[in-house]
Design a protein around this ligand. Sequence first.
Ligand SMILES: [Zn+2]
Ligand SMILES: [Zn+2]
Ligand SMILES: [Zn+2]
Length: 443
Amino acid sequence: MIARLHDPNYNRWACQIKRAGGCRQPIHLRGKVEHYDQATGQLLHRYSTIREPDGILRVPCKTRRASRCPACAEVYRADTYQLVRAGLVGGKGVPETVSAHPCLFVTLTAPSFGAVHVRREKNGKVLPCHARRDAKTCPHGQVVSCTDRHSADDPRLGEPLCPDCYDYEGSVLFNAISPELWRRFTEALRRRFAKLSGLTLKALREQATISFAKVAEYQRRGVVHFHAVIRLDGPDGPTSPPPSWATADALAQAVHHAAAVVTAEVKPLSRTFRWGTQLDVRRITMDGELTEQAVAAYIAKYATKAAECVGTLDRRIQPLDDLARLPIREHARRLIAECMRLGALDALTDLRLIQWAHMLGFRGHFSTKSRRYSTTLGALRAAREEHMRAEEITTDRLPLFDEDTVLVVAHWQYAGQGLSIGEQLLAAALTGTRLSGAGGDHR
Ligand SMILES: [Zn+2]
Ligand SMILES: [Zn+2]
Ligand SMILES: [Zn+2]
């Protein structure tokens, strides 16, 4: 820290850190950008990292994971919020009239893979976890009952009453197959909605579209479930009103049907998966109990969370990792071990369970949306980068050129990543961001 503060290039370094938005693990780039006049070939401007501190430029890591970099995850969360919100109330190129379109907030859960410790409340009172008057004893000698009233931070929450009875194979395979189950759900929903409306799928497409935005969330037991915004539009997406017969009630009816009927198989093991019975379907309205703001905030919150919230790792499992020594909970360890075991089976290589063991088998995207839902994260990023570029021009780093007449030649080289501990302290002070121990936030 002292060395950095006394560095003659300190101001320039501080400037880079501020521009990276307080990123905790910025990527180091070495290289140059040259601008040439396309007509004459004359070099108009050259930017090189040679005169930057340590000869490198520090750019944000852009992770979405709060456990790795709170600053970049916050940018991702804010973008996701804007994206979901635009699809609900308009903005970012989506007309405000979209707020009048029928819209649902749907939660699709995973089925049960065995009894786990849970915290349930009724009228503000915590209920006993699994109170069974004539509880059976399982083959492993465990009484399948728990009369504890668990506190919200009880580490046993989500852990099986008997780990040996728990269907770890099913849990991991469900995570792996859930993106396919979701895809089939959206297809079944469109089919059912068409049928309820007395139309063929093709005829439906000419009159209405169904758009989605969804996030995956890990439950304490280590399986994913999905929260989705499902909206009815006219044939051209959010810019066109849906026909009057396309109501939220009809959409909800189709959601219930589709969620109940779809299945996805893991053929080599003859296992078939479907959604759990806990399906939640609610209408999103401007002024009702579930408002657009609440939904957008809720979805954005989960976009930056990953499996580490269940007590697993926020990085891939390496071949040399000793699973028994990883600082994780026993339940997560068994889920990871099951990924490693199943991933080694030739018939299941498609599921890539070894690569995604740290995600407990889930390899899907955390937040996805259908093409017509609203704007894209890419468009939001491009808008921000355009803003940064305008700033670069005004702060005299890049001269203002006409894009069409200038040839840009860039050479970049990856030169490492991260900040020293002293630098992290300075970065936190410079950007007003939270400083916390690497990887320790979610345990
Ligand atoms: Zn970052
Ligand atoms: Zn319990
Ligand atoms: Zn048992």
